[in-house]
Write a new protein. Sequence first.
Length: 203
Amino acid sequence: MMKSQTTNPDFAPRPEGHGNDGLRPGPAGCGTDRGTCRGRAHGGLRAAHLVFATLVLASFSALATVPRYVVGGVGDQRIVSDGVTGLVWQQQSTSDPTDWADALAHCENLSFAGHDDWRMPSVVELSTIVDEKKTQAPAINTTFFVGFEGTVGFWASTTARQSPSSAYVLYFNEMNATVGRGGTGVVLKTSNARALCVRGGEQ
């Protein structure tokens, strides 16, 4: 009785003219030793994974070494660059307490530290410099920012949705459990608060 042909592809007869050793050649460069070829492939994958992991770790290390704040400018025109948000802030407010419209105009007309594209920050932008780790007022990193010890709030450009005649104010001196670290409030635009101008980022 004739034996049935094997179904194992590694031992299938070679096409005519390819020898009679009973083995099919493996992929290019592997010869007939398919186990060795698989080992090479797996080794290549491991090497690729190692390179990828190295690149990822290097990226995280680079991010970890980027400082959050860097102070620049000269004299009384100091600025603070935020390495996380990309925003550039005045180190301290240059406005007296004033109403919302005047504070908005102050920032838009400001020429400071060699730039004239300053603006009043949104309430979201202003909230990014709140230091929630602080246990004592003011709720901002006073190593880099100056002049936030008072009780006067700081205007945001954001108008209250339900009250067009009101806008948001952020109080860096608020440190209680109710408002958290840095409290926001909605007040009439005719109220008085200070302006801390910003540049860069989304307007």
